[in-house]
Write a protein that binds this ligand. Structure first.
Ligand code: SAM
Length: 225
């Protein structure tokens, strides 16, 4: 029976990979990778020598049937992204849905995802939360922000260093300057930084900085009646 394993990989610290993930990566016949160079670094760190085939946002639509054929031919295939869990703001969904349609077994291992440690250490309520991921740059951006700002639940955004200030500015417009935010930067890496503050203070802080790294924004829900 052909099978696709979805294997989460570290979001920075290479030690954050499970023993089972390493075993699966050793056992499968081939690995679908978002960027083969990134995955090769991880594999060589763990002395795994495996054929890697690119599977990313630029070929996942066009070559979907080709990937299904590859899984059928190779029986046991793993899919990884550059970091974290495939499908979470990363490619993966299309192939998983197609495997389900084609009666190909899938199994997702538990593992690293950037928003989970950021949410937990924010100290904001995490019994219910809304994960949005990356905001669109243009179309729909303002209406999504306006909807998110009304949420009673904590909500979560992913952001790049280039757009952080713009997003903080937009969050102030929609949520108000005093809304609390936790910004997690470079999680699990040498220069990890977690800042719990208000939106306006976060904006002032990052305005003066040369902004670098990867960011998860955890925004407290709307507590106002
Ligand atoms: N699949 C990944 C996951 O499971 O979290 C997310 C991939 S998405 C393309 C990359 C974004 O995730 C970054 O822009 C950042 O918002 C967030 N991210 C990934 N690694 C991170 C880290 N070490 N520290 C903070 N944010 C991170």
């Amino acid at each position: 029976m052909p099978k696709l394993f979805i294997v989460p990989t570290p979001i920075g610290n290479l030690e954050d990979i499970s023993l089972r993930a390493l075993r699966i990566l050793k056992e499968v016949s081939l690995i679908l990778t978002e960027d083969t160079r990134v995955t090769k670094k991880l594999l060589s760190h763990y002395q795994i020598n495996k054929t890697c085939i690119p599977y990313h946002q630029f070929n996942e639509h066009k070559q979907l049937q080709h990937f299904i054929e590859l899984i059928r031919q190779h029986e046991s295939v793993a899919m990884v992204s550059d970091a974290g869990t495939p499908g979470i703001s990363d490619p993966g969904f299309l192939l998983i849905r197609e495997c389900i349609k084609e009666n190909i077994d899938i199994e997702c291992l538990p593992g690293p995802t950037a928003f989970v440690p950021a949410l937990i250490q924010s100290g904001f309520p995490c019994d219910r939360f809304y994960f949005y991921g990356f905001l669109p740059h243009k179309k729909g951006r303002q209406s999504i922000l306006s909807r998110l700002a009304q949420n009673k639940e904590t909500f979560i955004l992913y952001e790049s260093p280039y757009r952080l200030l713009k997003t903080l500015e937009n969050l102030i417009e929609h949520c108000g300057a005093d809304r609390n935010i936790n910004i997690s930067r470079e999680l699990t890496k040498l220069h990890e930084e977690n800042t719990r503050t208000t939106l306006s203070e976060a904006f002032d802080y990052y305005k003066q900085k040369n902004i670098k790294g990867e960011f998860v924004l955890i925004i407290e829900g709307n507590n106002k009646e």
